[in-house]
Design a protein around this ligand. Structure first.
Ligand code: GLA
Length: 382
């Protein structure tokens, strides 16, 4: 095995019956160069293949999933995540395509919070309706650093273990935060993410993954015909700055009622104050019956291809964002411009601005505690 190419390849099925779908297939993880970050540090791109031929490309720069090919109901593969062909486009200005977001995914009002009697001030890098907030970890969040990466194979599952320590004071946050994020592409056609972290001083932590999905294929246009189910009865109502007011708004009778499968486009432009603030859906749902165990949060179906994606999570909240800020200026893979609402994100997380919202589940991690979060994106067809 040479230093640049890490190959984990196993011939599977040697002991499986001839009828097994997996029998003839190998899983593999390969590594290639992927340019360098803006300081000249070399980045890598891994290609993971599961026994059914699902293929995921992942960089150690921001733990970015650059492509994910999954079959439709006829077995035809398509790449269902938005992204770029090269690292320079990610560096130049990615709207968080495919990355791990942190130290705090989503917004913190005015970039300020107090913890144990001390006030902390973070950069404000976002301003919906000219109201400044701290978004997705600040100027150099975890999406813009190169993580240590190691390929792993466990039975028929392939994965990458990413490690990164965010130093004390990083982007204004207290405490050195030591993280491990493991991406799995499993034999059951699941993209599974396991997060864990510990700190040496109390700090807010809210890690999430920010893939932009289009189950028709990344270059197939609008996502408004997808149907969506979200296991939620309330959303965290926001103000014009997309900061929670603290009110949990019942979804019943609103454009946010996805308790049964509903076409995304049906109510996205409804006359509704919350919809106005988000320019469509850009809201955090309170997942019903949160108990910290892995359970179904959402299900999406794209009728033409038949592709289905189920989102499972241990987290209490789900940000549903509809690519309302995409405007064609992000020219993606194969030169394809991504227009408004060409993708959706389902970001599993704690609620926005939790450090300033005492009634929300706490996002504070203390020394001696372990942050842990698991999310799965399960692919199938219908
Ligand atoms: C999140 C936010 C959106 C937007 C995107 C990135 O999903 O909720 O408002 O900032 O990230 O463009």
């Amino acid at each position: 095995m040479n230093a640049r190419t890490l190959v984990g390849m196993m011939m599977l099925g040697m002991f499986l019956g001839a009828a097994s779908v997996h029998a003839a297939n190998a899983v593999s993880v390969t590594r290639e160069a992927f340019g360098a970050d803006k300081d000249g540090n070399a980045a890598s791109l891994f290609t993971l293949v599961n026994p059914n031929g699902l293929t995921m490309k992942v960089s150690d720069y921001g733990c970015i999933v650059t492509s994910l090919s999954v079959p439709d109901k006829k077995g035809k593969m398509a790449d269902v995540v938005l992204g770029y062909d090269n690292i320079d486009d990610y560096i130049k200005g990615s709207p968080y395509f495919g990355c791990v977001v942190g130290r705090y995914g989503n917004r913190i009002a005015k970039g300020a919070f107090s913890l144990d009697g001390k006030t902390y001030s973070l950069v404000t890098n976002n301003e919906p309706a000219n109201i400044p907030s701290h978004l997705h970890g600040g100027a150099i969040g975890f999406d813009k650093v190169i993580w240590d990466a190691e390929a792993i194979v466990r039975g028929e599952d392939v994965g990458i273990v990413f490690r990164h320590t965010s130093p004390d004071g990083d982007e204004g946050y207290p405490g050195a935060l030591e993280m491990t994020v493991t991406y799995w592409l499993t034999a059951a056609n699941t993209f599974r993410i396991e997060y864990s972290a510990k700190t040496d001083a109390a700090t807010p932590v809210n890690l999430t993954h920010h893939s932009y999905f289009n189950l028709g294929g990344h270059n197939s246009g609008t996502i408004l015909d997808h149907t969506l189910m979200v296991a939620s009865e309330h959303l965290t109502a926001v103000d014009a700055g997309l900061i929670p007011t603290g009110e949990l708004l019942p979804v019943q009778g609103t454009p946010f009622d996805f308790r049964t499968s509903t076409r995304i486009g049906d109510h996205i432009d409804a006359k509704n104050e919350q919809i106005d603030f988000g320019g469509g859906y850009d809201h955090n749902f309170v997942l019903t019956g949160w108990d910290g165990k892995l359970r179904l949060a959402a299900r999406v179906h794209e009728p033409k291809s038949g592709r289905v994606m189920e989102v499972m999570t241990t987290e209490p909240g789900l940000q549903f964002y509809c690519g309302n800020f995409l405007d064609g200026s992000n020219v993606g893979k194969g030169g394809h411009p991504y227009e408004r609402r060409n993708a959706f994100c389902l970001e599993t997380q704690h609620h926005p601005d939790s450090p300033n919202q005492p009634s929300f589940p706490s996002t504070i991690l203390r020394p001696g505690e372990v942050y842990s979060h698991t999310t799965e994106y399960r692919f199938s067809v219908k």
